[in-house]
Ligand binder design. Sequence first.
Ligand code: NAX
Ligand code: K
Length: 501
Amino acid sequence: MIYLPTGSQMSEADLYTIEKENIPSRTLMERAASSCVDVLIEEELDLSSTLIVCGVGNNGGDGLAIARLLSEQGLSVAVWLVGDTTRMSFEAKEQLSQLQNTKVIIDSQYPKGFYSLIIDAIFGVGLKREIQGSYKECISFLNQQKVTKVAVDIPSGISSANGQVLGVALQVDLTIAIQCQKLGMALYPGNEYCGRIITKKIGISTLPFEKEKKTVLCFHNDDYYNLLPERPAHANKGTFGKVLVIGGSKGMAGAAYLNAFSAYKMGAGLVRFYTPETNRSILQTLLCEGIMTTYESFHEKECIELLSWADVVLIGSGLGLSETAKEILFCVLENHEKKLVIDGDALTLISQCSNWRERVKAKEIILTPHMKEMSRLLHCDVSTIQENRTEVLTSYVNKNQLCCVLKDERTLVGASNQNPVLNTSGNNAMAKAGSGDVLTGIIGGLLSHGLNAYESGVLGVYLHGLCGDIGREHKGEFGLMASDLAVYLKDAINYVKEVRK
Ligand SMILES: NC(=O)C1=CN([C@@H]2O[C@H](COP(=O)(O)OP(=O)(O)OC[C@H]3O[C@@H](n4cnc5c(N)ncnc54)[C@H](O)[C@@H]3O)[C@@H](O)[C@H]2O)[C@@H](O)CC1
Ligand SMILES: [K+]
């Protein structure tokens, strides 16, 4: 796995390396610049006439050092120095003075000419606020130039903490990430501005953020492979767990079906529906393997008996917000002692109850909110969550001692005392009704194999995304349906195993 630090975490790591490992800032800058030059050469970019656009911080310092290194190779280089040079960082000033006796053209305006390549060294991880004025004009102007563009560390204008565009951002073809990819480069819209990403290690110690459970991780295939549950030969249907699906109100039977179908496809041993009587024939026709208990109103004894049968309860997909739904939900919260996944309408119902968490008995709890549902749980705006998703998620899971799958184009899985994991599988073909119900079912299937909440959330989200990637190949970007996703689970699991080989 790799760490995806925010800019501030990266700056702390820079400082730690400089102070505790006694590597001077200047040395790190030289290493960063020469690594960038290596990439430019390895990638066979046209370096016949390069424009390097530099800001006044250390990202600009990297750019100035690159200018010197290219010029030492006899290449034609011009530097456009943007911003107030009286505010230049110490390292950038040093780099600028080293350029004085070279052939590099330095201009505080756009140095007119024909350029084969533009290098963006305006802002790196130090970008803090909305870009305005001459910086904004400069980036907008550069965006109009039809020339290959390469960003040093991160495209200028992208927040390294959350991937948001701070006023304006430069769209580049290639980003050379220094030491680590930053979180904002993996999130949207930041990711779309980066083009290809090449990471170059330069010896910055990542110890400071490795120690923190707050730093976001991105798993590799091997990490996922290690989470895949085993299916011993000596097994029966009880070995792989009993999943109780409580979902589907009138007209929403499909949500319960997708939960149950996906849990079975993920290998669960037995799946039972607990659903309104109106869904009986629909669900039995759709899934003859599903055991069926139905209700017309709340019966505590019946509900508690079903809970004692189940290893895993999935509650909420298409459940509705009726009084009966609410009674069943709170009966589950107060009586189910094993593993519990709370999805969809059940999330809305708990968000209306301030002491819901105190009432939960289950030893493993997973919530699967999308951004809107999370905003209901936290009683705040969606934008507040999007801008600070890691902090919001981390503090929520630690406060409530549970696992939370925060669904978005890039889903983040957090659990108490664990690093959040950012998922990068999946695509826009999955943005369709029912997709989340499939995820809930997959997570249920993994829980029923004995994985804990965090493992099931992390692996479930990845497999779900892979189903989307494989499904898009077969069914297309427009035509992929939620029910198709679960069908591709076998291919997704095989993919994880094959890549491992
Ligand atoms: N020793 C180090 O610190 C190293 C730094 N490196 C490079 O340095 C970068 C980080 O350098 P810095 O921390 O100096 O930050 P940046 O170079 O990213 O920019 C910070 C500068 O921009 C200003 N600024 C921030 N937001 C602004 C806005 N919206 N409008 C106008 N001005 C704004 C700040 O006041 C500061 O002067 C990294 O991304 C990387 O490229 C690398 O060379 C590796 C070593
Ligand atoms: K940059």
